[in-house]
Write a protein that binds this ligand. Structure first.
Ligand code: GP9
Ligand code: MN
Length: 695
């Protein structure tokens, strides 16, 4: 203890002495005088970046954030420090060059943000061709006085340089300067600041930087300079991936589609031809919700009604990868699987896709998508264009108020209500239309329970006591669990679906329309909560013992299989018809395009999925990790083990063939996206036509 006290005392004395020395010898003033260009460079660059953040992101969290200032400072101190390697007379050019560069980054982002409410990306450089068309509008509405504040940085640097030049500054510091030493010291200071910054980062911060699509978040955490550097890396990576292996990929792709049987018409062919379509992307809606009730109240009464009156595909899976919602959209629209690395929406949005909207546009449909979130979430702004939507209505097109926000944005009720207004206008203008409505409220972490309304997930019982009095007893059951909160949230979202259908009907929009509902992916909930759901012992308010005869096993396989999501095709007049039933064949999200394409009268010849009504043998759901599922068996490729789902015998041969098929599907799908094979194929066809014409 005494030792520690002594050391502390000594440390304090040294600190005091050093501070005294700095004061007496005017070291700070001296440092500032000798490094005036460097200091001006650092301060102006950091102020520019900070101003940009303050102008763009209007939140207290952003105003108080220290991390981005640390990140910006680290970057400019290191770059500025390297300037000391140059002779003093050359340094001004160096600092001015970087100052102009950094100011330009801020200026471009400032203008871009006003226009798109998002930060700029080099991957969007190809879009600059459209700037010409909107040039005047940009000047009038987008360029503001504040954008020119960023130009002040380089101007201040020029003024400072003029002033110090007059004082013969360069000659004076030439004598004093030890370039190497100064560089090392300054860069070391930058590195220390960088380390302090890194220590503030959480795993979520890191993973968001890798994914790069939540741009606002990245700028708010890392500052604009790191964001932009990372954006360049993220934009180049897909190009590098597509450099090698093109010829082989193309050959495998051609062979596969040459050998593939042509689509055969069936009794569902063209049954919906010419109908309008509304697709509902049900955020985190799992099939298991549909069979659950609490105290006699169904969790999803509206979905259940649609399923009872329509075509209900009850063994349907959405094999998403890291791209979750966006992977579901990719599979649904293009009949392709998620990419091996990155996500198709973010890394490969510039590829050619045979998306449902594109194919329906070719049949004269007006196609649109609607979503209450920021348009850059999952890079939808670009990708929805690539999928072929004529128009993407995003957050900016909705009236989002403090009162109507739940979770990530506008709640599903307000979103649907405002969407119907838009659809009504669209329907007046266009004969045939296809629209996708993406829900948002039922998004993890399902924690805004007070906003979901009253839906108790407990057990209420009426007990008659010995003395004849009646008492109501409540057992907590799923209250307070994450799964319980998910039920409340899903019940809330389901209510919005009910209101949507009613409003569409009121507006006469259901007359010639089919509704396609899909759950986008599972809700990634704890397995332990499912264990409680299926094995609750109300007497002890805990989970039954594994040895209990009533105990229902919910192992990792049950959990995997329980991740299924609903697919429903419904129309007002379907109830009681031949179509109105449950379809139990195992099916994947990538089978939707061929299946509904057949019904609506279009086809994507490069679909990897199957028309579910043409399956002769067994359909296979392939998961991005190589696992696969048929009606008979679920195979885990990592553990190389399987679970039989029926009494049908499983042969080694079947496992081997299906595993090979799964790998091939993943490989070809990945190649189609990475090497842009659909685009190349179209070019080939044009080449052939041109050659024939010439000939
Ligand atoms: C965001 C929404 C959710 O706009 O689609 O995306 P997710 O987190 O489910 O991938
Ligand atoms: Mn989702």
């Amino acid at each position: 203890m005494k030792k520690l006290k002594n050391s502390l005392n000594r440390l304090m004395i040294t600190l005091k002495n050093n501070l005294k020395k700095i004061k007496e010898e005017h070291l700070i003033r001296e440092y500032m005088r000798n490094n005036v260009l460097f200091i001006t460079f650092v301060i102006t660059c950091v102020i520019n970046s900070t101003l940009l953040r303050f102008f763009c992101i209007n939140s207290t969290e952003n105003y108080l954030a220290v991390a981005p200032i640390l990140a910006d400072t680290a970057i400019v101190v290191i770059i500025g420090g390297l300037g000391y390697l140059l002779k003093p007379k050359n340094r001004f050019g160096y600092y001015l060059g970087f100052s102009i560069f950094f100011s330009t980054i801020c200026l471009i982002n400032s203008i871009y943000y006003t226009y798109y409410t998002s930060f700029a990306s080099v991957s969007m450089l190809s879009l600059t061709q459209y700037v010409g068309d909107v040039g005047d509008a940009v000047v009038e509405q987008v360029i503001n006085f504040k954008d020119f504040l960023y130009v002040l940085g380089p101007i201040i640097l020029v003024l400072v340089n003029m002033r110090i030049k007059k004082k013969n500054y360069y000659k004076k510091i030439e004598i004093k300067s030890d370039r190497k030493k100064r560089t090392i010291k300054t860069v070391a200071v930058g590195a220390v600041i960088a380390i302090i910054f890194i220590l503030t980062l959480t795993p979520t911060d890191m993973s968001r930087l890798v994914k790069q699509w939540n741009r606002e978040y990245i700028v708010m955490k890392y500052g604009i300079y790191i964001y932009q550097a990372n954006d360049v890396i993220a934009s180049i990576q897909p190009k590098i991936n597509s450099l090698f292996g093109y010829d082989q990929a193309k050959k495998i792709f051609k062979d596969y589609f040459n050998d593939k049987e042509e689509h055969q018409d069936n009794k569902y062919t063209n049954i919906f031809e010419g109908k309008n379509v509304i697709v509902i992307h049900g955020e985190s809606i799992q099939t298991n919700l549909m069979s659950l009730s609490f105290n006699g109240e169904e969790v999803t009464p509206n979905l259940n009604k649609l399923a009872e009156e329509g075509m209900f595909f009850s063994n349907f899976y959405s094999p998403v990868s890291v791209g979750t919602s966006s992977d579901a959209e990719l599979m649904f629209n293009t009949s392709l699987l998620p990419t091996k690395s990155g996500t198709a929406f973010v890394s490969y949005s510039d590829r050619t896709y045979n998306g449902i909207p594109k194919l329906l546009s070719e049949k004269g449909y007006y196609t649109f998508s609607m979503h209450g979130n920021n348009a850059d979430f999952w890079n939808r702004r670009n990708m929805h264009e690539s999928l072929g939507y004529d128009r993407f209505y995003s957050k900016v097109d909705y009236d989002v108020t403090e009162e109507n926000i739940v979770g990530l944005g506008i709640n599903d009720y307000a979103f649907f209500d405002q969407s119907v207004d838009k659809i009504t206008k669209i329907a007046k203008k266009h004969d045939k239309w296809y629209g996708m409505l993406m829900m948002l409220s039922n998004h993890t972490p399902f924690s805004e329970v007070d906003k979901y309304g009253d839906f108790p997930v407990n057990i209420k019982e009426t007990v008659t006591k010995e003395d004849g009095t009646v008492e109501e007893v409540t057992y907590p059951y799923m209250e307070g669990t994450k799964l319980g909160n998910y039920f409340k949230s899903a019940h809330y979202a389901d209510g919005a679906i009910g209101e949507l259908i009613d409003r569409l009907d009121e507006e006469g929009l259901l007359e010639n329309t089919i509704i396609v509902f899909y759950g986008d992916h599972d809700a990634r909930l704890p397995r332990a909560d499912y264990n409680r759901l299926y094995n609750y012992d109300k007497e002890t308010d805990s989970v039954l013992d594994e040895d209990d005869p009533n105990y229902k096993e919910y192992d990792s396989y049950q959990y995997e299989l329980g991740r299924k999501v609903p697919l429903i095709i419904w129309s007002k007049d379907m109830k009681g018809t031949e179509l109105n039933k449950e379809y139990k064949n195992v099916m994947s999200m990538y089978d939707v395009e061929p299946t509904i394409g057949n019904m609506l009268g279009f086809s994507n010849e490069y679909a990897l999925g199957q028309d579910i009504f043409n399956i002769k043998d067994q359909n296979i759901v392939v998961f991005p990790n190589g696992n696969w599922l048929t009606n008979d068996v679920y195979y885990n490729s990592q553990k190389e083990e399987y679970l039989s789902l029926t009494d049908n015998p499983i042969t080694e041969e079947e496992i081997k063939n299906n595993s090979e098929y799964a790998n091939k599907m993943l490989e070809i799908s990945n190649d189609i996206i990475v090497f842009d094979l659909l685009k190349e194929d179209q070019t080939d066809e044009t080449e052939v036509i041109q050659t024939q014409e010439k000939g």
